[in-house]
Design a protein. Structure first.
Lengths: 365, 421
């Protein structure tokens, strides 16, 4: 199986090339940029309801810890800023007060909301940070799960929908058109936002080779391991345990996945997914996993939900205008079980493609 | 210069009566309510959105966080910054979303006539110089804690604020936390009886270092690790807890006893990587602070111990716990006849076990970030000419505890505390 390199060049263009060439090119870059004595360290930190990890190359453990701590501190800061579980967060303040009138916020939070609304608009509402009440009424905040009555769902209509949020760029303020509190949920974009911020600080701290992971659902690769042309990332085929659907070499770009394989509940034999269709107010059905590659972790995180919720043709149409972005979607088990690749380099959906080979074996292809 | 007596008088709204018996209960309750009404007014969402231009001296990590909070106040913008480390300007521009006028010399920033207030967030050893200069040049100041590196400098700041009739607010943002205010008010009203001991933990598990792009920048970036600018963990972490102890006990501490060592990070640092400090208050009351940097089990939390219960304070919540009642009801013998008592083994190990059940959380409707509330309150105070909750007297109180605890740590003996240098 050919292994393709995803790398973002300055200006955001993605460099794609086949592994044989990429390895040669990568070795030239690495020889010039990474100290030969660099050692790989793996560091982890609990935040945002998951475990963030950083694999990075540094000259010693102390340096690795200092560099990783800068990133982890930044992730903690953004959790304080955006958590909807913490009443003291800036996002909670906005959720609580913006129904009473405009709430002025800081540029960073405003930018977060702008990007969130951008993806809501681009996805025709498939992505929506106002779904907090849905997760609450379906019992996902309590880690239990329940099926609400139709009347309960109907009563939430006035509390859900990004079109109810007004952003005033001149005054940097947020207000809600429905004039009452809302429940903004950063769950489908916040981890990506935090990863981007951590990446920025790691680069400023001089890190040239690192892989940042937000619980495995959003990844960003800074540079490549010494002697390699990218960080190896395997995308599992959710239809078959242990089977790798695609293996990519990630370099200076991000990859995010959305899946119903971990966060769900089963009621009367039916599996209810934690990813919602804001239009129907119900959990998504018939989609197993989405994976998106994009230069921005914020965007790949949001787009993994967009692609999960939109019909495949709508996703294809949306991503057509984003040449730097790739998506891989698995549907099933009913009504259809299939694999859909959009802009994806390689052929992960071809019948003979799936592989469980180890990365070292694949690199020999 | 403010004496302890003056400070105590100025805080008559607080729990002074518990130890002095000066105020009667009605007056005390009324004063507490008045103080809370004033605090609520300062913390309330801003209605005024008139332009307000800030300058900042010291745009490092804490300064940047303050800027983020200030930019949540309607009308506030950042016009100028002073820093000796060039990369800070680009970082600040990114946070503000526009170019902020850079100054390499803080005096050039203070010469500007277009600033409504100045933030001082430089290393501690520079607070005295920068804050006094800012106040003396006619600027209102939001100053990061600790107020100053020496008692002389702290007194100079108190004097400069008073003489120039400028507002000075110290960065003790815990005083602006809705849940901490609500909890302390209940303590002042006697909910956990007489508070005799407060224990503050701030335990971390990291080396407190920042990455240094070039070895020549070590002291500039990791200033907290060197005596020239830093009073170490007692200052950077313990000062917040000391301020709460002063608030709850209603007075400045009388003496400080501290110890510390470098037991984990033998990396050339000068300030200790673990400290223990005891501040003494009137009536034998004690505040105890501990900070270690190689185990984070305890995190950042305060425990207030009273005769009727305990209060746990964190950066996200406050929780009350209550002592078992010692007297349940009067014993009435049946038919006036004493039935006697039944003997048993006296040893009951559960009596000495720590309580591991739930507490009673303090419920507040607006549990916003304390720094966001504190910065908004500062803008309110400048716009309206109101004296801040965390004013110079509050700043002096915790500064005295920090400075003399460090002196005790250095001399290995207890140090009496006086605001007189």
């Amino acid at each position: 199986m050919p292994l393709t390199l995803r790398a973002t060049l300055p200006g955001g263009q993605i460099l794609t090339c086949f592994a044989a060439f990429a390895l040669t090119l990568g070795q030239v870059f690495v020889a010039a940029q990474t100290p030969p004595a660099a050692t790989r360290f793996h560091l982890s930190h609990a935040a945002m309801g998951t475990e963030f990890t950083i694999d990075l190359y540094a000259k010693d453990q102390s340096t690795a810890e200092q560099q990783a701590n800068v990133a982890f501190d930044e992730i903690d800061r953004l959790e304080d800023l955006l958590s909807n579980y913490r009443p003291s967060s800036e996002l909670s303040r906005i959720s609580r007060d913006a129904g009473n009138g405009p709430v002025v916020t800081d540029p960073e939070t405003f930018q977060f909301l702008e990007r969130s609304l951008f993806w809501s608009q681009r996805s025709s509402g498939a992505f929506d940070i106002t779904v907090g009440p849905l997760l609450r009424v379906w019992g996902f905040y309590q880690h239990g799960g329940r099926v609400p009555l139709d009347t309960e769902l109907k009563s939430l209509r006035d509390s859900i929908g990004s079109e109810k949020i007004t952003l005033d760029e001149e005054h940097r303020s947020v207000s809600f058109k429905n004039h009452h509190a809302m429940d903004l949920d950063p769950g489908s974009i916040g981890k990506g936002f935090a990863v981007d911020a951590a990446v920025r600080l790691l680069r400023e701290a001089g890190v040239q080779s690192a892989l940042i992971s937000a619980g495995g659902s959003t990844l960003y690769a800074i540079g490549a391991p010494p002697g390699e042309s990218g960080w190896i990332v395997k995308v599992e085929d959710p239809r078959s345990t242990g089977i790798t659907a695609a293996t990519v070499l990630l370099k200076d770009t991000s990859l995010s996945s959305g899946a119903c394989t971990q966060k769900f509940f089963i009621k009367d034999g039916h599996r209810y997914c934690h990813i919602f269709n804001p239009q129907t107010l119900r959990p998504m059905e018939g989609v197993l996993q989405s994976t998106v590659i994009s230069p921005s972790a914020t965007d790949s995180d949001a787009l993994s939900t967009v692609v999960f919720v939109l019909p495949p043709e709508a996703s294809r149409q949306l991503l057509t205008s984003m040449p730097n972005t790739e998506a891989l979607l698995f549907r099933g088990p009913t009504p259809v079980s299939d694999c859909i690749a959009i802009n994806w380099q390689g052929q992960p959906c071809s019948p003979n493609h799936s592989s469980s080979k180890s990365p070292s074996q694949e690199k020999g292809n | 210069m403010i004496s302890r007596r003056q400070f105590t008088q100025s805080l008559s709204a607080l729990a002074v009566s518990a130890s002095t018996g000066v105020l009667n209960a009605a007056t005390e309750a009324s004063s507490i309510e008045a103080a809370e009404t004033d605090a609520a007014r300062q913390i309330a969402p801003a209605k005024d959105s008139s332009p307000f231009r800030l300058g900042i001296i010291g745009a490092g990590s804490r300064g940047q966080e303050l800027i983020r909070s200030f930019l949540r106040v309607p009308g506030v913008s950042v016009a100028a910054a002073a820093d000796v480390y060039e990369p800070r300007f680009a970082q600040l521009n990114r946070i503000c979303g526009h170019e902020v006028a850079p100054h390499k010399d803080y005096r050039a920033l203070l010469d500007r006539k277009d600033l409504d207030a100045v933030i001082v967030a430089t290393p501690l050893g520079l607070h005295g110089e920068h804050v006094v200069a800012a106040l003396s040049s006619g600027h209102h100041v939001y100053g990061e804690k600790v107020m100053a590196y020496t008692v002389e400098q702290a007194n100079a700041i108190v004097a400069a604020a008073s003489e120039n009739k400028r507002i000075y607010q110290i960065g003790h943002q815990y005083r602006y936390s809705p849940w901490i205010r609500a909890a302390v008010q209940r303590v002042q009203q006697g909910e956990i009886g007489d508070v005799t001991h407060i224990i503050g933990y701030w335990h971390r598990n990291n080396d407190w270092r920042r990455p240094v792009p070039d070895p020549s920048l070590e002291h500039l970036i990791n200033w907290r690790l060197y005596h020239q600018w830093s009073l170490g963990l007692i200052a950077e972490l313990g000062s917040h807890h000391m301020d709460i102890a002063n608030w709850v006990f209603g007075e400045y501490p009388e003496a400080a006893l501290a110890s510390g060592s470098i037991c984990r990070y033998h990396d050339g640092r000068e300030t200790d990587d673990n400290v223990q400090a005891i501040l003494s208050y009137s009536g034998g009351r004690r505040f105890i602070f501990t900070s270690i940097t190689d185990n984070a089990k305890m995190g950042d939390q305060l425990w207030l111990y009273g005769t009727k219960g305990s209060l746990n304070l964190t950066l996200q919540d406050a929780t009350f716990f209550y002592e078992p009642k010692k007297i349940t009801k009067p014993v009435v013998a049946a038919n006036g006849k004493d039935e006697g008592v039944v003997t048993s083994a006296s040893y009951n190990p559960s009596n000495e076990m720590p309580y591991r059940g739930p507490g009673k959380p303090v419920d507040v409707s607006t549990a916003e970030d304390p720094t966001t509330a504190a910065t908004r309150a500062f803008i309110y105070c400048v716009r309206t000419g109101t004296s801040p909750i965390a004013d110079a007297k509050v700043g002096l109180g915790s500064a005295l505890g920090v400075i003399q605890a460090n002196e005790s740590l250095r001399l290995r003996k207890e140090i009496p505390i006086s605001s007189k240098a």
